[in-house]
Structures are given as structure tokens and as C-alpha cells.
Design a protein around this ligand. Structure first.
Ligand code: ASP
Ligand code: MG
Length: 392
């Protein structure tokens, strides 16, 4: 039997009608003879709402209790979806992360999956049932409920696909896959029907919201084919594979409209301690670089607004440190092996100059050129770069 893991995001299960629609999609595939494991997110903005409750009860809620609270969001959608499927006359059963055998380490709010003991899921599939799994959660070795961090349901779906040896992993949201730019910003963005893991990783890392970059990394590592589609506007989709788009130079532009750009100077001898402190809280320090000059380390990196408080907390632990924070944005252009091409960087700089757009920093990854610039320039820059480098 083909085993398919599907994941439905918060917008796909936003209300009762959408949950019923998802139930129908699932049942259709079940009737076709596939073994289905369906991972769900919390309904619409439930997670944000629960977080708001927590922070209005206490400015500093315990991380353990936050996990107890937030896992409830996914539990609601899993039970409702299971009921909806049963209502259509098919057999379904819902499981929490813990019941699904998703074992994590014991770091609350940002746990990592260490192992999946999927025997219970497998038994139920063999019994002919559709299995619904609450995304974004697991259980630690100490039997504590944990969450995987925001957007973690995608990671649940890919990890389950690995553990079950699934034939594919289908991730449904309210957008029908990847576009050459954010269609809400660039109305002429082109739909991309096939993309490789490396490019997709960068696009999601630099702001494309269709799937979480951590899940893309996991899929790349285990070579899990992913299908990205909408459960609301059905039709188009994007297939993610290890090799696609051979020959394309620029494939898409992405945007992080709000980042915190951090530049600092610290004594070189404190460098190891500095990174250890960040490692301890597992925060997201992105594209860091360090250069050493005269016994001092000059460090630059960026982080998202959601992480900026914890980053600032850590920085406070160091005295004798010079820090500058800037609220900026990123526009990135991704494609095949861009970093090897001085020509591509020259093209970007030429465009920026032609349109008199100032930038603070240009960096590269293996697949992307990213430009750090003023927030108010970001959308315009995305549109210009998209038009000049992709549409042309
Ligand atoms: N509900 C969680 C969140 O909003 C997990 C997820 O949707 O992937 O972050
Ligand atoms: Mg969500």
C-alpha cells in the first residue's frame, strides 16, 4: 500500500467548513486505496491567541506550561478532523504527538525530534484507519509534552514521512505552491511547478511562507519528495525534488520585510562563550559572519523580530561589548549556484544603482544573493529585482 503523509496548515482547517473540505479530500484518497497519515496545525490563529492568553496571565510564563497550552491547539483540529471523517462513514483515529510516538529532547518550546516510534500509527493504517496526528508536538524522554517551535507542524509531517517510509509528503496551505515572488507584492509572479530542495530552503529561509525551512532541510536530508498545494484553490502545485530546474539561473525572489540586523564587537577571547550562550537557548542567529581585527571579533548577523528579545537578553550577559541594532529588511534572489557567479552580484548591484536603492549589506549563500536594506525600500526592491532578473 502507498503511504502518504499529508499536512494541513492552520488556514486549511480554519473553520468547520474547511475541516469538512479537508475530510473529503482525505477520504477521496483513502477510497483510492492509499494509507493516509494526516498532520494538522491548530485552527487559523489559535496558536497566537493561546500565546496572547499566556502573556496576559503572566509576562513570563513557564516554558513547560506554554507547551501544555499550545499543544491544545493542534489537539482541537485533530479531533474535529477525525470526527468529520467518521461522519463521512470512514474510520479515523486522532493521536497527539506523544501517542504518535514522536520522541523529542527535553527543551521546551523548541524541541528537536530524536526518534519516532511509529508502531501505533502503522497498526492503525493496517487496520484500514486514517490516522490524524497533531502537528508541532512530541514527548520528551522525561514524559513531558514538548513543542517544536513555531511552524513545527511541517517538521512533524516530514519527520513522520521519514519514519513511515512514506511515498510522498503533501503539504497543504492556502497557497498553491511556490511563485517566483510573493504574489501579494508582485502581481506578475510566475507559478513554479518544480523546485529543488536547495533553492526552496533558501526561499523559505529568506521569507517565503509556504513551508518551514526546517522541514525543507529535513526533507532534503532524507530525500522525501514534497508536494506543496492549496487545500482551498485546488489545481496548481509545486513538486519539490532533489534535482529540478537544471539550467535556470534566477528562479525566485523572497522577502523578510522585518529583520533585526545586529553588528557588534567583542573581545576575541570571549568568542566561544558568546556562541555557547546562543546555542544554549537555541535561538535563530542567521547568516552570521565574524572577522577578527586586533584582538577583537566583529560579528554581524540577523534575526527575526520574534527572536529579538531573547537575542538581546543573551547580549546583555556580556559587558565590554559594542552593539548596534538596526531594524531592516531582506530581499533575496535565489537560484542555481549563484554564489559562484560574480556576474550575478554585478547584475544585482547594477539594478540597485540604476534605481537609486541604497543597501546596507549584500551577502551570499550557495544558492542566493541577499540584500539587507531599509524596510521601506524592501517591497519596491523585490518588485524591481523580480521584474529585471526573473521576468526578463
Ligand atoms: N500551530 C503552530 C504555529 O502556529 C504550529 C504550526 O502551525 O506549524 O506555529
Ligand atoms: Mg499555525
Amino acid at each position: 500500500m502507498r503511504i502518504i503523509v499529508q499536512k494541513y496548515g492552520g488556514k486549511s482547517v480554519a473553520n468547520i467548513k474547511r475541516i469538512r473540505d479537508v475530510a473529503e479530500m482525505v477520504v477521496e484518497r483513502h477510497i483510492a486505496g492509499e494509507g493516509l497519515v494526516v498532520v494538522v496545525s491548530a485552527m487559523a490563529d489559535t496558536t497566537d491567541q493561546l500565546l496572547e492568553y499566556a502573556h496576559s496571565i503572566s509576562p513570563n510564563p513557564s516554558e513547560r506550561e506554554l507547551d501544555m497550552l499550545l499543544t491544545a491547539g493542534e489537539r482541537i483540529s485533530m479531533a474535529l478532523l477525525s470526527m468529520a471523517i467518521c461522519d463521512l462513514g470512514h474510520s479515523a483515529i486522532s493521536f497527539t504527538g506523544s501517542q504518535s510516538g514522536i520522541i523529542t529532547d527535553d527543551i521546551h518550546n523548541r524541541a528537536r525530534i530524536v526518534e519516532i516510534r511509529a508502531s501505533r500509527i502503522i497498526d492503525e493504517i493496517q487496520r484500514g484507519r486514517i490516522v490524524i496526528v497533531a502537528g508541532f508536538q512530541g514527548v520528551s524522554g522525561k514524559k513531558e509534552v514538548t513543542t517544536l517551535g513555531r511552524g513545527g507542524s511541517d517538521t512533524t509531517a516530514i519527520a513522520l514521512s521519514c519514519a513511515l517510509g512514506a511515498d510522498s509528503c503533501e503539504i497543504y496551505s492556502d497557497v498553491d505552491g511556490i511563485y517566483s515572488a510573493d504574489p501579494k507584492i508582485c502581481s506578475d509572479a510566475i507559478h513554479i511547478s518544480e523546485i529543488d530542495y536547495d533553492t526552496l530552503f533558501d526561499l523559505t529561509f529568506f521569507g517565503a511562507k509556504v513551508v518551514h525551512h526546517r522541514a525543507v532541510e529535513l526533507a532534503r536530508k532524507f530525500n522525501i519528495p514534497i508536494l506543496l498545494a492549496s487545500s482551498i484553490n485546488r489545481g496548481k502545485f509545486t513538486m519539490v525534488k532533489s534535482k529540478a530546474m537544471e539550467g535556470a539561473i534566477f528562479s525566485a525572489v523572497s522577502i523578510q520585510p522585518e529583520i533585526l540586523w545586529v553588528s557588534l564587537k567583542i573581545q576575541e577571547k570571549k568568542l566561544k562563550l558568546f556562541w555557547d550562550e546562543f546555542d544554549k537557548i537555541r535561538t535563530s542567529i542567521r547568516n552570521p559572519s565574524i572577522y577578527i581585527d586586533n584582538g577583537y571579533a566583529n560579528i554581524i548577523f540577523w534575526t527575526l523580530p520574534a527572536n529579538s528579545d531573547e537575542v538581546k537578553q543573551v547580549l546583555k550577559k556580556f559587558d565590554e561589548i559594542e552593539i548596534e541594532f538596526d531594524e531592516l529588511a531582506i530581499v533575496a534572489i535565489s537560484g542555481l549556484k549563484l554564489a559562484e557567479s560574480p556576474e550575478a552580484i554585478a547584475d544585482v548591484i547594477d539594478i540597485m544603482r540604476k534605481h537609486s536603492i541604497k543597501f546596507r549589506f549584500i551577502g551570499t549563500t550557495n544558492m542566493s544573493i541577499f540584500i539587507i536594506l531599509d524596510r521601506k525600500e524592501a517591497k519596491k526592491t523585490m518588485d524591481i529585482i523580480h521584474r529585471e532578473l526573473i521576468l526578463k
